[in-house]
Write a protein that binds this ligand. Structure first.
Ligand SMILES: CC(C)(COP(=O)(O)OP(=O)(O)OC[C@H]1O[C@@H](n2cnc3c(N)ncnc32)[C@H](O)[C@@H]1O)[C@@H](O)C(=O)NCCC(=O)NCCS
Ligand SMILES: Nc1ncnc2c1ncn2[C@@H]1O[C@H](COP(=O)(O)OP(=O)(O)OP(=O)(O)O)[C@@H](O)[C@H]1O
Length: 206
């Protein structure tokens, strides 16, 4: 079973996926893959440099993520250009990593842009971590030390809360404490384990 986990920026996806991972669930994270596909010397990084110029590299030749982030969230056409390069690479690598866990009852695939990108429409379940936008902005500003207007432009580049909720089969409310989120995640774990358990093999006929 393929379980997609999504939510807006700073909604709490990593907090949920870390908990599931600690309980032994295989987790594949497309934010991590988005970094792997632009590692120094990779074909992905070469294509990004062709599109955006060498100014988006730092002095060591690695991607300057902050510089690219400022560009893509300021200009929708730049974001679309970056996505057109990276999304096919991310999808291919994510599917490869998911396939490595074929023995598991289920795999959790963290996809921040599930609703926006139309990727992984074949997921069996869609778990949405849900918070009001004001809480997302507060947590984003605090965690990443970005200014409010940058936080707002990131949210503006993403699906609206109702659109994301419309895609959900399961919703984790993260407007309360982290302890409450962990409890809700444990309940989700039990539910997914139950839903995914394979029926026992039929006994062999004599
Ligand atoms: C713009 C980049 C360089 C910024 O890097 P940075 O290290 O600052 O952020 P990071 O990659 O950790 O992403 C943080 C969050 O930003 C949001 N975000 C990232 N890319 C996008 C996008 N294209 N549109 C809307 N939101 C986005 C997501 O909520 C994500 O979880 C990077 O996010 C990127 O390469 N984005 C394009 C690839 C992509 O779409 N990634 C999302 C995985 S499907
Ligand atoms: N219930 C909560 N109460 C207070 N802080 C929280 C809560 N849940 C998460 N946080 C904090 O909010 C921030 C965002 O959480 P997290 O990193 O899990 O979100 P994310 O959805 O993975 O973010 P991103 O979209 O950037 O990958 C983190 O600093 C986290 O510690």
């Amino acid at each position: 079973m393929l379980v997609a986990l999504t939510g807006g920026v700073a909604s709490g996806k990593t907090s949920v996926s870390d908990r599931l991972s600690a309980r032994g669930v295989p987790v594949v994270d497309t934010d991590l893959i988005a970094r792997q596909v632009v590692a120094p010397g990779s074909p992905g990084l070469n294509r990004v440099v062709e599109a955006f110029g060498p100014e988006i590299l730092d002095s060591s030749g690695a991607l300057d993520r902050r510089a690219l982030r400022e560009r893509v969230f300021a200009r929708p056409e730049a974001r679309e250009r970056l996505e057109a390069i990276l999304h096919p690479l991310i999808e291919k690598e994510a599917r490869r990593q998911v396939a490595l866990h074929r023995e598991a009852d289920y795999v959790v695939l963290v996809v921040p842009l599930l609703v926006e990108s139309g990727l992984f429409k074949d997921a069996d379940r869609v778990v949405v971590v849900d918070v009001p936008e004001s809480v997302q902005i507060e947590r984003l500003v605090e965690r990443d030390n970005v200014d409010r207007s940058q936080a707002e432009s990131m949210l503006a580049a993403q699906a609206t809360r109702p659109n994301r909720l419309a895609a959900a089969t399961d919703v984790l409310d993260n407007s309360g404490s982290i302890e409450e989120l962990m409890e809700a995640t444990d309940e989700l774990y039990e539910k997914l384990t139950r839903l995914s358990r394979r029926p026992p093999r039929a006994p062999r006929m004599p």
